[in-house]
Design a protein around this ligand. Structure first.
Ligand code: MG
Length: 340
């Protein structure tokens, strides 16, 4: 019997989650628990079908990836580097393995995940809170329920985008960020939308166009009154050099990058290319969000609200302090499975 466990957990959402690509009533993800050398380490794989991942492919990737640390449990960083270089493992499975190995390394060395990585202790920016696509009455109710957040991220890319923003503005003057999730299909439409949004106290636009259309985004960037951030267009650090001419900034997520170590490399590379940095997430429990939050003192914009969209969070360890998602100072990720 291997001394690690994989288990599937269903995460219920407070509200059904709709973006331009579709709707989800709940999420079901794979979790990794490894007990070794007197330590218990955790990982979460929030797989995403947008990137060709499924529960089955992620589970197979986790099993394949675990072969490496099992050979050498005393060298988690070495195992993490080898796993990251494996081409056949889905990115969210790599992310789960990497965060689990970071959790383990922190516990072995008595250091927080942030300290293991060498990321700054700076107080992080406040997180935005996401408002998914919905009917206008529900959007107004969700915005009212989110009045304690300084900044909201509004999902657009519908045929009623202006009505959504007007519904938000009818009940709120909060700062907004807009995520079109690839929903505007031509650059002229995108420019028209952004021009209007610039008058609505919107501070940035995320992924206006379908991924892979960098020439059109570069055209947009020259004309856009608001900064434009890549999300679906950026996975890991290999993408960054050729994005720098098209975008003002990038949204880094552990589940796309393949884990916190790669996310930290991306932050440093993005800085070298003069890009602004948002640290984002999928809908995730406090396990995955904690792994990201250890890096949040190093970025310009934080969008770590995945756990805040859940009806109940299977992990504990994070706190929300005046709109900031804060980790604790325990070794590793600082998370525990509730009731474990
Ligand atoms: Mg996005």
């Amino acid at each position: 019997m291997p001394d690690y466990q994989l288990f599937t957990q269903r995460l219920e959402l407070t509200n059904p989650w709709t973006i331009s690509r579709g709707t989800a009533a709940f999420k079901e993800y794979t979790y990794l628990k490894w007990e070794t050398g007197g330590h218990t380490a955790w990982g979460e794989a929030a797989h995403n079908s947008r990137y060709g991942e499924s529960l089955e492919s992620v589970r197979a990737g986790l099993e394949a990836g675990m072969a490496l640390p099992l050979e050498c449990p005393e060298d988690p960083a070495g195992a993490a580097a080898r796993i990251f270089a494996e081409p056949g493992i889905p990115r969210s499975a790599k992310a789960a393995l990497d965060m689990m190995l970071l959790d383990l390394e922190g516990k072995q060395r008595g250091l927080s995940a942030r300290a293991v990585l060498g990321a700054p202790e700076t107080v992080p920016p406040v997180t935005s809170f996401s408002i998914g696509i919905d009917d206008l009455e529900t959007i107004r109710a969700k915005v009212l329920a989110a009045k304690d957040y300084d900044v909201l991220k509004i999902k657009l890319g519908t045929d009623y985008d202006a009505e959504i923003i007007q519904a938000v503005r009818s009940v709120s003057s909060q700062r907004l960020r807009v995520d079109a999730n690839e929903g505007w299909k031509d650059k002229e439409t995108a420019l028209e939308q952004i021009g209007w949004l610039a008058g609505q106290n919107v501070e940035l636009i995320e992924q206006p166009m379908p991924a892979g259309r960098l020439e059109e985004v570069a055209w947009l960037r020259e004309r856009s009154p608001l900064p434009i951030f890549a999300d679906e267009d950026v996975l890991d650090s290999a993408d960054i050099p050729h994005l720098a001419a098209a975008y003002h900034g990038i949204n880094i997520k552990l589940m796309k990058a393949g884990g916190p170590r790669e996310a930290w490399r991306m932050i440093q590379l993005a800085r070298a290319h003069g890009l602004q940095i948002m640290l984002g997430c999928m809908i995730e429990s406090s396990c995955g969000i904690s792994a990201a939050a250890h890096l949040s003192g190093a970025v310009d914009f934080v969008d770590l609200d995945g756990h805040l969209l859940l009806a109940s969070d299977p992990f504990s360890g994070l706190r929300l302090e005046v709109g900031r998602v804060q980790t604790n100072e325990r070794p590793g990720l600082g998370v525990e499975l509730v009731g474990d």
